[in-house]
Design a protein around this ligand. Structure first.
Ligand code: GAP
Length: 457
């Protein structure tokens, strides 16, 4: 019997078909845990990124942007605890030699139907062979800088963007003289040699993070923690996530990362298993600045003018995965329904994140007067609205009008504008068609610009 495609299978194939996301190095059989964003995927990702930068940097007076190098001195990763502790538990099957993350393997059946009785033990998920002992596997990608390959030239591809901010803390103090509380914000690539990359872009080996390190007076961390809890939630609204699918999960004390005194995970109902981590919000205390102060010998303290004392600030860290944001938006938007008795798939993107906001069509491709008028309207919308709509205006004359609507539905274009004979012969305006309902309205050309802006807002 043929296996029924899951929602994830359908989403992955739509992403490839419509130019959102492709498997990395696909023509060579791929490279596990790497993904390439296509034309529409980049546009979607940039919209999500720009909304983040707007909320957390442009709209605030207490945030400093930074773009630090991916390669850093190896001493950074020793001081931060990553060389010693950034690892996952790994087990190897004694029979087939495959390797797995120990905490991802379910307890095997052992005469009790898999209920997990006392004799149950984990077996290889591929061949049911016996598993070897668990050991820690460091997830940082190691490399060498320069022509010599010895211990002194070792470096790592950063596994988080955070450390690039801690090591620049003093630079920001010296350049801008901010008063506490203030933050640093960065968007950039991070790399993790995940034992088991999976679930499309949910767990990749090359990922992008959007992180903030917000420095506070030690006694005031709770106030900022609450503030960012609310801000993270607001950001999930900015990108249009269904709010009933976003959860907050308090991490128990014995599960906290080595640097954290309190962490809340924001979870999302992804289609491959409910409530998976989307973002993290952590109280990192003074762990990082203190560690880098000690290891580098550089004074990373702050002089508090009010209290007339010097201390190391504490830090609140909201950390957002960009690829996970894109995946959450994609999976939340994917809808199958019926329109005019015909099945269709459409992406119900919030207009702010939609890669294309408006598509302009001539009703028929082979009627020059329609094509000419459609091109004229398309060009004038591009000229007038490109900035407001993040460039998201498209022209499409490929295939019949029904096919074009389906195609725009599949890439989540909220509005389609069609130029027909009435437009050119009677100056009777254009047809505007709405993605979610398929309904259409006639709009005067002179009023089209305002109409589009009003609808998308
Ligand atoms: N600086 C803190 C930090 O990096 P984390 O929980 O390890 O914390 C933060 O990662 C966020 O980065 C996660 O909430 C998730 O959104 C994203 N992330 C982490 N590992 C990832 C992976 N392998 N693939 C995609 N996104 C990942």
């Amino acid at each position: 019997m043929e296996k029924k495609e899951t929602k994830m299978d359908l989403l992955v194939s739509l992403c490839k078909r419509r130019g959102f996301i492709y498997q990395g190095s696909e023509i060579y059989g791929g490279l596990a845990g790497t993904w390439d964003y296509g034309h529409l995927g980049v546009a979607l990702k940039n919209n999500i990124k720009n909304l983040w930068w707007k909320r957390f940097v442009l709209d605030r007076e207490d945030m400093y942007g930074i773009d630090a190098a991916i390669l850093m001195n190896q001493k950074v990763w020793k001081a931060s605890g990553h060389v010693g502790g950034f690892s996952d538990p790994l087990v190897e099957c004694k029979k087939c030699k495959r390797r797995f993350r120990a905490d991802h393997i379910e307890v095997g059946k052992d005469g009790d139907g898999g209920k997990g009785g006392k004799d149950c033990k984990k077996v290889c998920p591929e061949c049911s062979g016996e598993l070897g002992p668990e050991r820690q596997f460091n997830m940082m990608f190691k490399t060498h800088v320069g022509a010599m390959e010895d211990d002194t030239s070792v470096s790592y591809l950063r596994p988080e963007t955070a450390q690039g901010m801690f090591v620049n803390f003093k630079n920001i103090l010296d350049s801008f003289h901010p008063e506490l509380p203030f933050g640093m914000a960065q968007i950039g690539k991070a790399f993790r040699n995940e034992i088991a990359p999976r679930d499309f872009t949910f767990r990749c080996r090359e990922l992008e993070q959007m992180e903030i390190e917000y420095f506070v007076k030690p006694t005031e961390w709770e106030k900022s923690f609450e503030h960012f809890k609310e801000q993270v939630r607001e950001y999930t609204k900015d990108i249009g996530l269904t709010q009933s699918k976003v959860y907050e999960h308090e991490i128990l004390a014995d599960e906290l990362a080595h640097y954290s005194k309190r962490t809340i995970d924001f979870e999302f109902d992804f289609p491959f298993g409910e409530k998976k981590e989307l973002y993290g919000l952590a109280y990192r205390t003074d762990f990082d600045l203190k560690a880098h102060s000690t290891a580098s010998g550089s004074d990373l303290s702050y002089y508090d003018e009010e209290k007339k004392e010097r201390y190391i600030p504490h830090c609140i860290e909201p950390s957002f995965g960009l690829d996970r944001s894109v995946l959450a938006v994609l999976s939340d938007a994917y809808i199958e329904d019926e329109i005019g008795g015909e099945k269709r798939v459409y992406m119900k993107f919030a207009p702010k994140v939609a890669p294309i906001k408006v598509a302009v069509f001539p009703l028929l491709k082979n009627k020059p007067q329609l094509v000419e008028k459609a091109k004229e309207i398309y060009q004038s919308l591009r000229k007038e609205l490109s900035t407001e709509l993040a460039g998201g205006i498209a022209f499409d004359d490929n295939g019949n009008i029904g096919k074009r609507y389906r195609r725009q539905d599949e890439v989540g274009t909220p509005l389609c504008v069609t130029i027909d004979f009435e437009t050119v012969e009677k100056d009777a305006g254009v047809t505007v068609r709405f993605r979610d309902t398929g309904k259409q309205e006639r709009v005067e050309i002179a009023k089209l610009r305002e109409y589009i802006l009003k609808y998308l807002a």
